[in-house]
Design a protein. Sequence first.
Length: 447
Amino acid sequence: MTPTARAVLGTAAVLAAAWLTDLLLLRTPVLTPFGRRPALTPLYAFWLPVFRPQALVFVAAAAALGFAACRLCDPGRVPRAAFLPVLACAAALLPLALFAVRQSPAELGSQFRIYPKEEFLEDARVVTGPREFLRGYVARMPELSLHGRHFPPGHALLLHGIGKLIGPGAFAAGAAVLVCFVAAVAVVYRAVAAAAGEAAGRRGALLLLASPSMLDFACASMDAVFLLYASVALAAALRAFATGRLRDAVWVGLALFAAAMASFSALPVGLAVALYGFASWRRLGARVLGQLAVIGACFVAAGAALAALTGFSLWECFETARFQNVAFMTRVIGRDPSELYGRIAFGNLVAFALGAGVGLVAAAARALPAAVRKADPWTLVALGALAVMVLGGFYTLETERIWLFAVPWIALVAVSQRSFGCGELRLLLAAGWAQGLAMELVLFTLW
């Protein structure tokens, strides 16, 4: 048995044991049921098997990409101009094929109607004009959908714009989410290629497409939209700290502000950016401080400009969202979430790892020892930021979906320190696809 095969099997065993530990022993009482079906904690998923011949379409699509993977990852055989459209097609077709395991592609976006009073789509319908919506947003938050009460206005405004351009239905929203996902995968590919080499960028992008959560939520959750914002910020930061130029830092600050307008998960993204800046000190020296200052100044300036134009305060929005989130989770759990701190932290990590997938986690696990020995800056940054996310008390499960933005961090760790042989790459991809299909066949994940 090859080392990679052992890593895949070992990773699968560890993740399964961790899942069963939470499900059968800890039984963390956080996730609400779906009808009478309890959530399979720490995943917000429900046992609801379905077996349809459409599953064979996903098998065929994954097999075709797996067969071509080694050729696609060789820049000498496939130029970038040819690889990028193939990647975009794969990023669109694989999620659609997995979606079709349960539903017709014509039902794209239907998840936004499962809980009508909880989705951003409902908030988008009350937007009469962006400026007016922003001006009264904070005061209006308690009256918005469940998600709207806990988020900044970016998602609602985006869906409002999509409704104006394409149509207000759920299908248009689902299609737009998928387009954002495809764009995010392309951005991550170029960012990783710039940081670790063209071949590594291609391997990283394909491994993303073998992550169960990436495929499952690519056309069913606004977290796939935030993935795009976070990926743009990551790409801008990698470029800025590679060049050391102040003008590149401007785009990082603006990208982070755009991300913060969509989700307050921009905070850990910003943490990762700051940590990576300090990790670049050995190469850039004091220039890092100037870049970080520019990033912060551009973020604040963007917020001040928006406040001056519309009256919207991102800080007030954050304070209101934080208060309402704690109150909501206390009602759901029946006690202060801090009383379940250890169990929630464990569940956060396990759910994220399960969602990232056996193949990607195994690839990262194989690369991790060498990366730590070399003190690889990005690896240390990813570990530090994830540790804060797991232990910081900011999140309460559902991290297989909410932390979609951090899956590219794992991909960069996996591919930046070592290259994969052809058989190794195909095995990692197959492991992720097999897990994703198995979970889709037996579990319903709502979003």
